[in-house]
Design a protein around this ligand. Sequence first.
Ligand SMILES: Cc1ncc(COP(=O)(O)O)c(C=O)c1O
Length: 383
Amino acid sequence: MGSLLLPGPTQVPHKVLMAGAAPMVNHRGPEFKKMIDEMTQNVKKVFKTQNDVFTITSSGTGGLETVVANFVNRGDKVLVASIGNFGERFRDIALQYGAEVQFMDFGWGNAADPAQIKAALDADTNHEIKAIFIQHNETSTAVVNPIKEVAEARGNHPALLIVDSVSGMGAADLRMDEWGLDVVVAASQKAFMAPPGIAFVSVNERAWKVAEANTNAKYYFDLLKYKKNLAKGQTPFTPAISTIYAVYESVKMLLEMGIDDVIAEHYFRRDMVRAAIRALGLDLVAPDEIASPAVTAIYAPKGIDPIKLRKLINERYHVVIAGGQGKFQEVAFRIGHLGYVEDLEILGAIAALEMALHELGHKFELGAGVGAAQKAIMSHRIK
Ligand SMILES: Cc1ncc(COP(=O)(O)O)c(C=O)c1O
């Protein structure tokens, strides 16, 4: 087995995998109730919220669709602040649900600018904008958005602030209640260190009022059904029980480590990867100030095909890294470092990257990236 360094699905600790292998229970019975109640309480701590968190059996995109379907009426104006592939996905879902989308494209590789969002909201004097959709961590470009500042920019405008933290939750700081976020989405297969299968959606009181009055078509993703059922310790439809077993265990592990310490570890890994990449003479997509602690996007050197590079790294050295997404497919590649990752797995990935780059003709001193990563590890670990 090599290393799986994708920005999701991520590696799953052995204990979590074993938890997922437990026999099925009745999802309308007392064992399930106990489990989902406890898991929900713990997931709330990761979201830093007192609001309910709903467990939806779907991938992260199901969570995105849920929040559009429940908080947007046909014909509503919504603002989508996009910095990459997943911002575009929010736009596309909102369009499917009949929204009139004001698409603010901040450009791939940039973060959203709270001042521009504030200006757009200030210009909306009739309060036609009903919701602001934004990514916490944009996985395609490996950029973190300034969500706290965006929340401040929203100020007293009544639009709901709806945040996709699918790849951000547990990797980058997010404080749902303290920052006044109305709706937040996450998913099991990212920093939660669990298999795919669950989207989490948290909703505050303000947003509930909007959901209760919502008239858009929905059935499976109707949050009112999830709310009614969670009160009984159930989900409206058959849940991904095995993934719930896994998350039950993995969230306990996250809380034992301490969520702020887990996040700090992600930032350390980010800095280690960035130091190594720079030492190899490669260009990073994101500038330091907005660089993601979950994933790093790297431009392939001129003349080297990133698809060929990844294939070599995978076939020769059994390290799986991610390709560029959307329009970055042919120019970039990404190293995921969220969730359950050891220092030496990253070191191994850097070593594999070096050997593959060397084979493909990139000129650099072999070992330069590994050396930079080693220095970062030692200065972090040796106190
Ligand atoms: C920021 C972000 N949003 C949404 C999604 C969609 O999640 P899924 O692939 O689980 O549907 C992803 C997946 O990588 C993501 O990174």
